[in-house]
Design a protein around this ligand. Sequence first.
Ligand SMILES: [Cu+2]
Length: 437
Amino acid sequence: MIRVLCLAAALVLAMAAPAAAHNVTAGADLRIAQTIACAEVTVVVKGTTRVPGPLRIGVIAYQPVSGLPIGLEVRSVEDGHTVTGTVQAAANPQYTQLQVERTGPHELKLSAGNETAVIPFRVLVARGSAGDFLIYGGLFVAAILLVGGLLSGAPARPGRAMAMAAGAAAGVTVAAMVVVFESQIPAPPPEGAAPTPTTSTAGGRPYVQARMETLPARPEAGEEFTLRVDLIDGSTGRSVDDLTAHHEALAHVVVTSEDGRYFRHVHPLRTAPGHLEVRLTADRPGRYLAHAEIEREDSGGQLVAADFTVGGTAKASQKADTVSRSGQTGEPATPAGPTGTPRLQPAVPVAGRPTTIELGTPAGVRTWLGMTGHLLIRSQDGRFFGHVHEMGAPRSRVRFTFSFPEPGRYLAWVQYATADRIVTAPFTVNVTASEAQ
Ligand SMILES: [Cu+2]
């Protein structure tokens, strides 16, 4: 009996389909940060358990927005069925319900102002696993045999009673074994999941060939321009449209002026397959740097850098997302306000060794991009760009550990979100060489 049960368990393990990779698991929320209509928002598509059924969509605002209506359109890629609605971006958003008729690939179109983004996603619904089937099946068989045996007078006939008791014991044993081993049995792919690729992707997909450019090629100070990211698969020459959401965005783009006085951390809109765009306005002429963090499915994270020049003459500062600065000395000054000054340990960091950077935060800090705090660091010349997080729960400070790669001057920005805005605290760090060098 034991041998038979072991064989059955081995068979279940061997037959289980390999778990497919997905951006979002069935029932989990999809969260995508977007910079749209000059606002930093996160679109949330709530996980659903039932299709046909309502899909709940909300837009969280991370800066003051007085009524930012966002048009929503959800379209099934398979049958073209489309539903539309609107939602107001807000710090605590109301969720709009749109009825979806099937699982599988869909597109969510967002419209605000004169900007539009199209986010591909899958409607997934969890399927019962083979393990669940065996647990309930085993218990059901055991119950039928016991009840059936009692009703058919088996206790009076020892042979039949024995057989029925053995059958019931086997059913309970199968259920118990599956409970023990269920964590090792891969779950079946949810309904609506992408088909498992037939060709082997053991080596992973190639890195994206990414190109960043501005439209117009030479923006003017004080005038809005578009920063565009084009993604091509070098092995096929086709547009790459399989970016995986990492840290709640398809791409994180940081644009800084060479001197660091201009800083934007934005999340471009996917306007077409392989094309991301974000609108920006630079207030002063000069050289600017753009760093984009992207992650292709089954390939890994990539950092892409580019630079561009802004012409014209300096304009009065636009609505900056940095906190107010104390002076105009050309140096990124320490911000005023409740956050204080970043404390470094050691006070003068040594290249190649970990430095702790800590900054006090006001009450009411909330998670943004899945993290409590973000630290972005650029070398003076722009050739190095780093990004680390405070991953603990919000409290009265954010703390980071960072190892500067080599001696020199670095520009740094700590970012966190409060109830109504994203706070950016800029500072500079001078890193020395270790004594051993
Ligand atoms: Cu980001």
